[in-house]
Design a protein around this ligand. Structure first.
Ligand code: FES
Length: 164
């Protein structure tokens, strides 16, 4: 499994943002990769003003109500096992685990960090305080004690639909 790009500079340009506003498209921020990592001290808690870098390409991702549609032709890296997405606006983690898609809330059950995640060896790690979860959201290592909520996934053609 190779590392995918780190898409830390992926904020929307003004023209792109205006286009999306005009078209009414959902604006999502997504981070893609196997090596996204931000450090947190042990005193960090959920902080909505935490200026973590915005995600990368949101192309092909649409949020509508409780549904997230991911065009796998556009977000093609997700077709490879071991790769994953953090869709910040939907607070959702999506990963390809041995060819199957899994989706979990990105809101850590420890103290609510929702965007400081890594994924490797089929484990999600919340880097706020180091909790580790398996692909079904079960706790492998604390301090979290409760599992992450798992969401349904379904592939239809080249579209992955996550139902929250
Ligand atoms: S918020 Fe503390 S480990 Fe995730």
């Amino acid at each position: 499994m190779g590392n995918l790009l780190s898409t830390k500079s992926g904020s929307l340009t003004d023209s792109r943002r205006k286009f999306l506003e005009k078209t009414g498209a959902s604006i999502v921020l997504a981070t893609f990769g196997a090596a996204f990592f931000t450090s947190c001290s042990s005193t960090d808690d959920a902080d909505p003003t935490n200026p973590n870098p915005p995600g990368g390409s949101s192309s092909g991702i649409t949020i509508s109500g409780n549904s997230i549609s991911i065009n796998l032709s556009i977000q093609s890296a997700l077709n490879t096992s071991g790769n994953w997405l953090l869709i910040e606006n939907a607070r959702t983690l999506v990963a390809n685990v041995n060819g199957s898609f899994v989706a979990l809330t990105s809101v850590c059950t420890h103290s609510g960090c929702d965007r400081n995640w890594t994924f490797g060896n089929n484990r999600f790690t919340c880097t706020c305080h180091g909790s580790v979860f398996d692909p079904r959201g079960q706790v492998l290592q604390g301090p979290a004690t409760a599992p992450l909520t798992q969401f349904g996934t379904q592939v239809s053609g080249t579209t992955l639909v996550v139902t929250r």
